[in-house]
Design a protein around this ligand. Sequence first.
Ligand code: HEM
Length: 414
Amino acid sequence: MSISTDRSPESTLAFRREGYRFIGDHCDRHGSDIFQTRLLLQPTICLRGRPAAELFYDPARFVRHGALPALGRLTLTGVGGVQGLDDAAHRARKAMLMSIMTPAAVRHLGRLFDDEWRARVPAWAESGPVVLHDEVGRMLTRAVCAWAGVPLGGTQVVRRTADLHAMIEAPVAVGPRYWRGLIGRRRAEHWAGDLIERVRHGALPAPEGSALRVIAKHRDGQGRLLPRRIAAVELLNIIRPTVAVDRFVVFAALALHDHPSWRERLRGDERAIEGFGHEVRRYYPLFPAAAARVRHSFEWQGHHFPEGRRVLLGLYATNHHPRLWPEPERFRPERFTDWPGDAFSLLPQGGGDYFTGHRCAGEWLTIELLKRAVTNLTGTMSYRVPPQDLALDLGRMPTLPGSGFVIDGVRRIE
Ligand code: HEM
């Protein structure tokens, strides 16, 4: 059976225009969870849904080498990092990254973020309106650098956060947004590479088990240290996405604003807070899709996947699949009460296995940070949300409310 194919000879502009909705809407139009289109001048198979996720996360079927478009590699992920590795090289690099994510380390980052938050509340109470995205971004930069063993002078915080934000904003942008991402990455890699060298030469002490130390001292199967630039890319693979959690924090604040009854329901209830966080990650858009290439030709559900073909798994489209998530366009944290967990249906950070596949290395950290943020938004402070542009443009990737979520009248609750 041939795969239902878009009529347009090239869909890159449609993908940019339709953004997060592209894969889901095209699936609906084709009446199928699989269709083929042309993106960036290449035939591309797009998928959504649980069986598709199971297929996509089978490492025997797909490789990641050369899957991510160059625009994304040059800004968001960097070149030579874990995202583009396969097989034994991937497993070894991933094991290094996952060794940092112990339960104690996850709690430690949560506490550092909490301390940052509580320390900022009095300043917010004194000041006028504050932009939550900017504030939380800087708090996360400070917290993750302290956690990772990375020294960061007070004067560096704004500049480093701006570079990290620029990298996150860039991968599907054109024009100045893209250039800012390139420049941000160049500066950040230089900074991270310098830190790696200083640790290797004993000029900078890095605590045992910290991300900086683990990455600087990591040796590959042949006993070689990672090249400076690649070690820098991996250190940024920890710092950059942790700062990106500021987007989920803004979405959580938006959800609390749009569904105020949840404030009371969450207060002091850790399990409800975790479920609320899962619904924030399901409902709101961050990564639209994950990319891979077919390792060797195969047939799946009667469809032919030719060797080398680029395949996109719609993460947002799966998170909004009506068969997986009844009333997917409604924000309903109740759906996660007693949720047994499933590696192939809730995909904000990819699916499958953390160690043998490409599922996000930082998902446990993200869940912890989001819980801390929701606890603070509902339990340790009160605030007003003045009139502002809170609309989410699903045609912009990544998207945020235009205002960055402004709050004022902040008061500490004891
Ligand atoms: C804002 C929250 C985050 C989102 C939405 C997110 C999303 C993702 C997605 C979609 C992937 C790719 C999955 C795939 O290719 O199949 C990924 C991979 C990855 N993420 Fe995250 N992530 C987040 C936070 C984090 C954090 C906090 C860290 C580390 C501290 C992290 C580190 C990584 C790494 C290292 C990979 C590559 C894994 C691999 O290729 O094996 N992410 N993430």
